[in-house]
Ligand binder design. Structure first.
Ligand code: CA
Ligand code: CA
Ligand code: CA
Length: 294
């Protein structure tokens, strides 16, 4: 591009821009009403995320609500004060010390927690302990944290966050292990049970890291097994059998008499088979039957 061509383009653009500015009624002296405030630094505290260290606490147990706070603004906050609600079914216990936070039990239904200040852009985690007391198993209870707006805060609409915690109950997971002689995926008269000589172990795996639950057992001589376990989490049944067996086809025909093992995890030195992941709720009974073929 030749030099004089470029300067010609610029001359054309400048008047157009000025015309557009005039069109919007602007002069350089007219600024938005909040421009003075915008020129200052402003904190903006927010509840970024709330989690609990245990997904499914049970009656009498203690867990921690983890409240991640942030100053999203460009100004330091000054003293921070957070109110954490204690819903029915939970109760306060001794607050943690030593994190810089100072929490006190203000009433049966809330904690009040103070922190010296969050600098612009800073994050911090507030940990608040709860005890499950009188909650109905299988229900969820909400915990809410609210940051009191600080001076000059630019947005107070994001100062509240919440998390729900599911209260564990109990369920029964059970099944029968049998040999599917005709390999049709259905348990029929005359097809024998596989007892402890063939089934080494039945395990109930809790698949979420922060959930408490699970268990294991062995089968009875008639191939039946049963585990009573905690609820409000995801489970998977795994059955370990001797290497002469494999699994028959899964989910064929009547669910009451079919095989519910869908995955083979290993075949040596023992055979490890698994069912489908399921959500376990209080009072539930979950049946995972296993048809084996040799
Ligand atoms: Ca805010
Ligand atoms: Ca059969
Ligand atoms: Ca079934």
């Amino acid at each position: 591009m030749r030099r004089n061509s470029l300067s010609h383009s610029i001359r054309r653009i400048v008047p157009t821009t000025l015309a557009a500015f005039a069109l919007f009624g602007g002069t350089a002296a007219v600024l938005p009403a909040d421009a003075v405030a915008a020129g200052r630094t402003q904190p903006d505290l927010l509840v970024d995320l709330m989690t609990t260290d245990v997904l499914n606490p049970a009656e009498g147990e203690t867990f921690t609500a983890q409240i991640d706070l942030r100053n999203y603004g460009n100004g330091d906050s000054g003293p921070v004060e957070v109110t954490v609600s204690v819903p029915a079914g939970l109760r306060t216990t001794t607050p943690y010390a030593g994190s810089g936070w100072n929490c006190t039990v203000t009433s049966a239904t809330s904690y009040s927690c103070a922190y010296p200040q969050l600098l612009a852009g800073a994050r911090n985690r507030l940990n608040v302990p709860f005890e499950v007391a009188g909650a109905t198993p299988g229900t969820t209870v909400p915990i809410t944290a609210t940051i009191a707006p600080v001076k000059h805060e630019s947005n107070a609409d994001n100062n509240t966050g919440s998390v729900t915690v599911a209260i564990s109950g109990t369920c029964v997971v059970r099944g029968v292990v049998w040999q599917d002689l005709d390999r049709d995926g259905q348990r029929e008269e005359g097809e024998p049970a596989v007892g402890p000589e063939g089934v080494l172990r039945v395990s109930l795996l809790a698949r979420q890291g922060q959930a408490i639950g699970g268990g294991s057992t062995t089968v009875n001589p008639d191939g039946t097994w049963s585990i009573t376990a905690r609820t409000e989490l995801l489970y998977q049944v795994r059955i370990e059998v001797t290497s002469q067996y494999g699994r028959t086809v899964a989910n064929v025909g009547d669910d009451a008499t079919d095989s519910d093992l869908v995955t083979t995890y290993q075949t040596e030195p023992t055979v490890l088979l698994g069912g489908t992941e399921f959500d376990a709720h209080h009072g539930g009974e979950y049946v995972v039957d296993a048809g084996l073929v040799s």
